[in-house]
Write a protein that binds this ligand. Structure first.
Ligand SMILES: C[S@@+](CC[C@H](N)C(=O)[O-])C[C@H]1O[C@@H](n2cnc3c(N)ncnc32)[C@H](O)[C@@H]1O
Length: 293
């Protein structure tokens, strides 16, 4: 589920982060390891790092529900024999077997699993399927990041369907600086200031004008099709607040402007359908109700 560029970037961070002042016993977090692609990328980098072999052990904490969703059983894990609800942990274990000593598996809901006990060197997040989970991770993981040394990587950033990712980071511009967009979806952030638990507000409470400003600032910061994908996220966010006319107008503008960008157009129909269904049902379905079911 990650691109070759993302795989390369994760390996690079896990290899080199130790030379840049981070605590030498800090952890690497793979939040949402699925069947292991991101864990393997991080482990490959860690193996090439200067850390002694014994100090690599248990260094990567991989979190996942390991629970097959209907979409996984119908598409991504088709042919595995797994049905919705089954555990896919055995596939993960097989895929990461060359690096088993490096990995500490945290199975189950991240909101109930052990939170990191040490500083976090690299926090890779591909797990934020809801507003609640985003607030939880913000309060329990972000304070373990070290200012000027750690990295935060959001895999689902240039992606229209998770407004909580965009808005929660947009609330924290005093603490995170946009560093780099890794094709296709990941964005890497530098940590500019230590975060405390009390700095994390629920992004559902952001007043609409401020939320739209967060989107607009980010869209300006991105380039090409990435702008269109995040602009569609803004439209979907408006639709989720039942502002269907504004959402539809924005979708129409984006569909014209990015008509030759397949990576933008791939999302348009489903966001239009979301608007249609909100109108026919009288209200929009909360966006996090549709994830992972
Ligand atoms: C897009 S996949 C991750 C892909 C993975 N990083 C890779 O490189 O292939 C997202 C994962 O997050 C997990 N997940 C979602 N919500 C979770 C939660 N609350 N606790 C633990 N895992 C969760 C899902 O089970 C899923 O495997």
């Amino acid at each position: 589920m990650i691109t070759p560029q993302e795989r390369f970037a994760l390996a690079c961070f896990a290899k080199n982060i130790w030379k840049h002042g981070v605590q030498q016993d800090a952890l690497i977090i793979d939040g949402g390891c699925y069947i292991g692609a991101s864990t393997v990328a991080l482990a490959e980098g860690l193996k090439r790092s200067d850390l002694p072999e014994s100090e690599r052990h248990g260094r990567i904490w991989s979190y996942d529900l390991f629970r097959t969703t209907p979409a996984m059983s119908e598409h991504y894990l088709k042919g595995s024999g797994l049905k919705a609800g089954d555990s896919f942990r055995a596939i993960f274990e097989r895929n990461v077997s060359n690096y088993a000593d490096y990995i500490s598996v945290q199975a189950g809901d991240i909101q109930l699993a052990p939170a990191p006990s040490k500083a976090i060197a690299v926090l890779f997040l591909d797990i934020l399927w809801s507003w609640d989970c985003t607030v939880f991770v913000g309060r329990n993981f972000y304070p373990r990041l070290e200012a000027d040394h750690s990295l935060l990587v959001h895999q689902d950033f240039v992606y229209p369907f998770y407004p909580w990712v965009i808005l929660s980071v947009g609330q924290l511009t005093d603490f995170f600086a946009f560093a780099y967009n890794v094709e296709y979806s990941s964005v890497v952030f530098d940590v500019t200031k230590r975060i405390r638990e009390r700095d994390i507000d629920d992004p559902r409470n952001i007043p609409l004008p401020a939320a739209l400003r967060i989107y607009d600032t980010l869209i300006d910061r991105l380039e090409g099709w990435h702008q269109g994908a995040v602009a569609l996220g803004k439209a979907l966010y408006l639709a989720s607040l039942n502002r269907i006319a504004e959402a539809r107008q924005l979708i129409d503008e984006i569909a014209v402007k990015f008509r030759n960008e397949a990576l933008v157009m791939q999302y348009v129909d489903s966001i239009r359908l979301y608007c249609d269904s909100a109108v026919s049902q009288g209200k929009p379905v909360p966006l996090d109700q549709g994830v992972g079911i």
